[in-house]
Write a protein of this length. Structure first.
Length: 385
């Protein structure tokens, strides 16, 4: 009895003093550890193909310090962050001195959200609780971007015209930065853009907000001839007229993918076809067909939205999207894909065969087009298309 009790205690002591699984892994040969990580990070998708699983990578990185080192290059190969201005400083400082992380980034997508002065009632992304960042935060961001050597960088600035956007622009000039990896830039202004060609010499995709006609927007008029590598251009303007589109064609005659967002003021979509057909290299087009309307005063909230929907649907300049799509493909010889956006949804069209017959892409196949991922009826420029 005593012997069995004593052996039981001995067994307990042995179990407690047994090395942990992570400690046991540390004793394995380095080559074997690398093979274990390569195998463990893969998972089989629905098609039966083994792909890299980021959830598994995160679990592996928590096993031990050695595993964390081996998984960093995979975990930070693709970095996508959407952060408020008051949160970005802490995230930048966390990786500031880590050469392994900075050297592992191959694709970076960073979206900063800041406050807006004064707040616009029509902006649904305005958040008054966001605290503007400091000049030091923008300086740190530029410094880190200069240290990294990714293949592609996408920078998106939402609001923050008097904080991050202004500070970032000032720091680029102060540090004389040339960010050759930036391919996509979504910028909330079109006035202070003269720095873009020199700072981003390999820019492929540019998104701007216009507050006047393109030709009378000084920044746009200056940089247009210098953007030699630009292939995709997205312009938002509250009210578009046919003369505005004529100016866009003059400024960017070689563009491949054009996105025109906003509303059409006293303009039919069909009147824009002869203008846009001058773009001999245009392959993809996303165009608003929302007419500008004047709702009755005093309406707010849901009654206002319902009235806007009714006025747009019955607008005298409203035309058939399908008919316009046929005319677009007949006159724009290089056009391959077309998106027409109305107030509630959008329609995607493509040409098929040598006779350029037009078909409408169904909703489940719309994201398989070359227009990019479509969200709320509009393409999201996640990469340099």
């Amino acid at each position: 009895m005593e012997n069995s009790r004593g052996s039981g205690y001995a067994a307990t002591e042995v179990a407690v003093s047994a090395p942990s699984s992570s400690a046991s892994l540390m004793t394995l040969p380095l080559e074997l550890l690398i093979e274990i990580i390569k195998f463990a990070k893969l998972s089989r998708n629905r098609r039966g193909v083994y792909v890299e699983d980021r959830k598994r990578l995160r679990v592996l990185s928590r096993v031990c310090k050695l595993f964390r080192v081996f998984t960093i290059s995979d975990l930070f190969k693709i970095v996508c962050r959407t952060v408020d201005e008051d949160e970005i400083d802490a995230q930048l400082k966390a990786i500031e001195g880590n050469a392994l992380i900075l050297g592992s980034i191959r694709h970076l997508s960073l979206c900063t959200r800041g406050p807006e002065w004064p707040p616009k009632k029509w902006r649904n992304d305005y958040d008054p609780s966001i605290i503007p960042c400091s000049r030091a935060t923008a300086a740190l961001l530029v410094e880190i971007l200069r240290k990294t050597t990714p293949e592609e960088v996408r920078l998106t600035f939402k609001c923050g015209n008097k904080s991050m956007v202004a500070f970032f622009r000032a720091e680029l000039e102060k540090q004389k930065a040339c960010l050759q990896s930036v391919r996509v830039l979504v910028y909330p202004s079109s006035v202070t853009t003269s720095f873009i060609p020199q700072t981003f010499p390999n820019l492929r995709c540019l998104s701007l907000v216009l507050y006047g006609s393109p030709m009378h927007t000084a920044g746009l008029r200056i940089i247009a001839p210098k953007l030699q590598t630009l292939a995709t251009l997205e312009l938002y303007k509250a009210h578009w007229k046919s003369s505005d589109l004529e100016e866009v064609v003059k400024l960017f005659p070689s563009i491949n993918y054009l996105l025109i967002d906003g509303e059409l003021k006293s303009t039919r979509v069909s009147s824009l076809i002869p203008i846009l057909k001058r773009l001999s290299h245009l392959e993809k087009l996303a165009l608003t067909e929302i007419p500008f309307v004047y709702p009755p005063r005093g309406l707010v909230g849901e009654p206002l939205q319902a009235m806007l929907k009714t006025l747009r649907a019955n607008h005298v300049l409203r035309e058939s999207s399908g008919t316009n799509a046929i005319h677009f493909f007949r006159q724009c010889k290089s056009l391959k894909e077309l998106l027409l956006k109305c107030d509630t949804h959008s329609r995607v069209y493509r040409s098929v065969g040598q006779n350029r017959a037009v078909i409408e892409a169904k909703s489940k196949n719309r994201n398989n087009t070359g227009l990019g991922r479509i969200k709320k009826g509009w393409p999201v420029l996640t990469k340099a298309i």
